[in-house]
Design a protein around this ligand. Structure first.
Ligand SMILES: Nc1ncnc2c1ncn2[C@@H]1O[C@H](COP(=O)(O)OP(=O)(O)OP(=O)(O)O)[C@@H](O)[C@H]1O
Length: 361
């Protein structure tokens, strides 16, 4: 670690490594990014999570300097790199990039690939640093190999060594594991996080896989239709999502209607105290599996079992509940007693209640 970054790490008043402030980008009629703001701290790994087309790659392109925002500002270590008519070229931003296809040069050895970003260092120093970086990802002995001879996981580690070689202030990773098969993916993911942590790198990782975001990141920025809808730790997003869309992003949610009145929220599965922030009127009630209690008929709302199916570690029950248009589909422990009628209730403190706004939320 350089003396500059050590001093900065210990300074609580240092500007964030990366600050994105109200950045927008329009492509013709499409608003790909709509006033997105976020900050990345030193040594932090932030996952940007969202469905296809929500603007994740656009955000990375703007941060890296491959594209320019229409509005807003981007700063690296407090230095304006985009916005207010300024556009610092990609190579002068201190931003590293790693794409899903790794883009290793096939005609260059592993060592030459890693040296590629170190040209400014000169011959001997770049060789020494590149070997050091390869050592960090456990591939020093493959220095003279060509990319075609590497496994997918090894190629990914070489790409990581190359991206980290110049010690970028921020590393951007765009769906870095999506080309790996499921078995390899988890191992490579763990290796990548270990290398990033060892290097003290600040990184943004783009993914559409919630489990990956939860596992890899310190914080998750949830994006939807060009907007950042919530940013926080996985736990905060899971426990206190800001909207039904945010709730759905981090796990299975069943949504049912509700009506808030006289201090209560009334739902087809029972009533619960009205949260203070919720006004009287129609509300949206989101239920994670742990918010629903299933017991014998007589406890809670009586519900008819429409279908009972064995589904590996779970028992799948489809229940008809008065007041719900569609069957309630639940996964229960496999030893749940068979019955034609069950009672369904709510675990009030686990229920998520939202004001009734448009589907965009
Ligand atoms: N160069 C471009 N020209 C026109 N439209 C674009 C361009 N780049 C992106 N878009 C549009 O902007 C929106 C956001 O695209 P972006 O690639 O950032 O999404 P994404 O979240 O990265 O999606 P994916 O996960 O599929 O890569 C999309 O509607 C896309 O069609």
């Amino acid at each position: 670690m350089s003396s500059r970054s050590m001093a900065e790490e210990s300074d609580p008043h240092a500007p964030p490594r990366l600050a994105v402030d109200a950045v927008s980008r329009r492509y013709g009629p499409a608003l790909a990014l709509d006033r997105v703001s976020l900050a990345l701290g030193a040594g932090e790994i932030l996952a940007v999570l969202g469905d296809s087309g929500c603007g994740k790659s656009t955000l990375l392109r703007l941060v890296s300097g491959l594209d320019e925002p229409d509005a807003g500002e981007i700063r690296v270590d407090g230095r304006l790199v985009a916005g207010r008519g300024r556009s610092v070229p990609p190579e002068a931003r201190g931003i590293g990039l790693m794409f899903q296809d790794y883009a290793l040069f096939p005609h260059l050895t592993v060592l030459a690939n890693v040296r590629f970003g170190l040209k400014r260092l000169g011959r001997d120093a770049s060789r020494r640093v590149a070997l050091e970086r390869l050592g960090e990802v456990g591939l020093a002995e493959r220095a003279e190999s060509y990319p075609a001879t590497l496994s997918g996981g090894e190629a990914q580690r070489v790409a990581l060594a190359r991206a980290l070689a110049p010690r970028p202030r921020v590393l951007l990773l765009d769906e870095p594991f999506s080309n790996l098969d499921a078995g390899t993916r988890e191992r490579v993911r763990a290796d990548t996080v270990r290398v990033l942590r060892q290097a003290g790198a600040s990184a943004i990782l783009v993914t559409h896989d919630a489990a990956e975001a939860v596992e890899v990141a310190d914080r998750i920025a949830l994006m939807r239709a060009g907007r950042l809808i919530q940013c926080g730790t996985a736990e905060a997003l899971y426990r206190a999502p800001a909207s039904p869309a945010a709730a759905r992003a981090l796990g299975e949610v069943i949504e049912i209607p509700g009506l808030a009145a006289e201090g209560l929220v009334e739902t087809p599965l029972g009533s619960l105290p009205r949260p203070a922030a919720i006004a009287d009127g129609a509300v949206r009630v989101c239920l994670r599996p742990e918010a629903i209690r299933v017991g014998p008929a007589g406890e809670g709302r009586p519900s008819r079992v429409l279908r009972r199916a064995f589904a590996g570690p779970a028992l799948r029950l489809d229940l008809a509940v008065d007041g719900l248009d569609a069957p309630l589909r639940l996964n229960l422990p496999p030893d749940t007693p068979a019955a034609d009628l069950v009672g369904v209730g709510l675990v009030a403190e686990r229920v998520l209640v939202f004001a009734d706004r448009s589907e965009a939320d």
